[in-house]
Design a protein around this ligand. Structure first.
Ligand code: ATP
Length: 237
């Protein structure tokens, strides 16, 4: 079974077609990128994957389930780190991990997750006192505390300095190594190029290309995913 299957997904807000017929498949155990610039439809696609929005057309299956109909069942098996997630400023790192673990029927040991992601020394520190990189690390740990089969990371490294960004990339690679399927949503093409086994490039609610970074570059005759994106954008206008 594929981890995720999206077929001809459509979502319209008023008269804005945010997602206009998106199709892709995520294989179990891979890092799959959903790449594209602001307004491409990435977040809307992800919200349909996790059951936060009901599609207007097409179908979505996550681990064989329809997230719009079986949101709670899917939520037990998928970890989500959403854009701009925030916690109460005074909540401590350990408290947040313990509270999130309590949502799940079969969570990971939150103390182990805390240690694994290097948060042990920060256990008693308040969320509001963490650095940007530490906050991101905590968000990643919170997405993993339910011991999910699939984890969705939306704009994971936005606002991080280059060192924290590389450190986060290493953590994402570690995740794949441990067998978790990762969906990485990003508008940074260097990030998707460095991390993703395969990806879909979205623009204006449509998939412009799917494949491995090498396949997409070869198909567009370009040397980077960013150049490939602009080549595809040009061709589509
Ligand atoms: N709740 C909403 N109501 C109306 N329009 C929306 C809503 N959410 C998104 N849109 C519009 O749908 C389109 C796709 O937005 P979406 O947030 O899915 O794109 P994105 O690729 O995630 O962009 P970003 O990187 O800026 O988050 C945009 O034109 C956006 O303005």
């Amino acid at each position: 079974m594929e981890a995720i299957e999206v077929k001809d997904l459509r979502k319209v807000y008023g008269s804005t077609p945010a997602v206009a017929g998106v199709t892709f498949t995520v294989h179990a155990g891979e890092i799959f990128g959903i790449a594209g610039h602001n307004g491409a439809g990435k977040t809307t696609t992800v919200e349909c994957l996790i059951g936060l929005r009901r599609p207007d057309g097409g179908s979505v299956r996550v681990l064989g389930e329809d997230p719009a109909r079986r949101r709670r069942a899917v939520a037990q098996r998928i970890g989500v780190q959403l854009q701009e997630s925030a916690l109460p400023e005074r909540m401590k790192v350990a408290e947040a991990l313990r509270a999130y673990a309590a949502f799940y029927r079969a969570p990971a040991d939150w103390r182990q997750v805390m240690e694994r992601w290097g948060l042990g020394p920060l256990a008693r520190q308040a969320y509001g006192d963490l650095s940007g990189g530490q906050k991101q690390r905590l968000m990643l740990a919170l997405a993993l505390v339910g011991d999910p089969e699939v984890v969705v990371l939306d704009e994971l490294t936005t606002g991080l300095d280059p060192v924290a960004r590389r450190e986060t990339w290493r953590l994402v690679n570690d995740l794949r190594a441990s067998g978790t399927t990762v969906v990485l949503v990003s508008h940074y093409f260097d990030e998707t190029e460095a991390l993703c086994d395969r990806l879909a490039i979205l623009a204006r609610g449509r998939v412009q290309a799917t494949g491995t970074p090498a396949e997409i570059m070869a198909a567009t005759g370009t040397g980077s995913l960013e150049e490939a994106y602009f080549a595809l954008e040009g061709a589509d206008r």
